[in-house]
Design a protein around this ligand. Structure first.
Ligand code: DX5
Ligand code: ZN
Length: 218
């Protein structure tokens, strides 16, 4: 089982002081920063894109940006996200007909490749070949599109199915995850925990990061 990684979702942060918030997360024990890129097409919302990511990367050298691409035509943004300093490019399998070529394009730009599945997509959409080529698999535990939604328990079995098939891969959960819901995800085999509201709206975000990290079964 790969090591525990906490990836706070900056969507729940105060964008007016984004770089300060990111630094606080890293100093508080977060290893990655989860950057939710939404295009207003794949999901109804629009959030941030390459200009904002490059600003964060310039302010925090060495930062690991876990870019969750909730976009149509994910192949279109690989170059721009890489140039902006993206470390991991996670696309939705629902948004592409050629995931293997996309994974190769991401690797060619020296980023790690992630493959996300929305709540209604079965884990079998990630075939053996796709899972083997990817570096990370993301099981959404809410419908992509906005923060602060209720965790969907019914998505957890997909984590266990993927962990059984891909014992060495990073498996991320995203959506409604916090100190109460993290345990079922961790027991199912998730090692990369995304949390937005639970971290940024807490009185003590650093304590929440530690609690989430300790919940991951190693
Ligand atoms: C939802 C995003 C999530 C979200 C997580 O579309 O992908 O990353 O911001 O936020 P919380 O933890 O508040 O559900
Ligand atoms: Zn996300």
């Amino acid at each position: 089982m790969p090591r525990p990684i906490i990836s706070p979702s900056v969507l729940a942060s105060d964008f007016g002081k984004l770089t300060i918030e990111c630094k606080r997360m890293i100093n508080g024990g977060a290893e990655w920063l989860h950057m939710d890129v939404m295009d207003g097409h794949f999901v109804p919302n629009i959030t941030i894109g390459p200009p904002v990511l490059s600003c964060v990367a310039r302010s925090i050298p060495g930062i690991f940006m876990d870019c969750h691409m909730m976009v149509e035509h994910p192949e279109k943004w690989v170059g721009d996200i890489a140039a902006a300093g993206g470390s991991l490019y996670c696309f939705h399998i629902e948004a592409t007909s050629d995931p293997l070529s996309l994974i190769k394009a991401i690797h060619d730009k020296n980023m790690r490749a992630g493959v996300a599945i929305s709540p209604d997509t079965p884990s079998t959409a990630i075939t053996g070949e796709i899972g083997a080529a990817a570096d990370m698999l993301l099981v959404m535990t809410v419908y992509p599109g906005r923060g602060g939604q209720k965790f969907l328990d019914r998505c957890v079995p997909k984590v266990a199915e993927l962990r059984a098939r891909f014992p060495d891969k990073d498996i991320e959960v995203d959506g409604g995850v916090g100190p109460k819901t993290v345990h079922s995800c961790a027991e199912a085999g998730s090692n990369v925990i995304v949390a937005g509201t639970a971290i940024f709206h807490a009185d003590n975000p650093e304590e929440v990061i530690t609690a989430l990290k300790n919940a991951v079964v190693t």
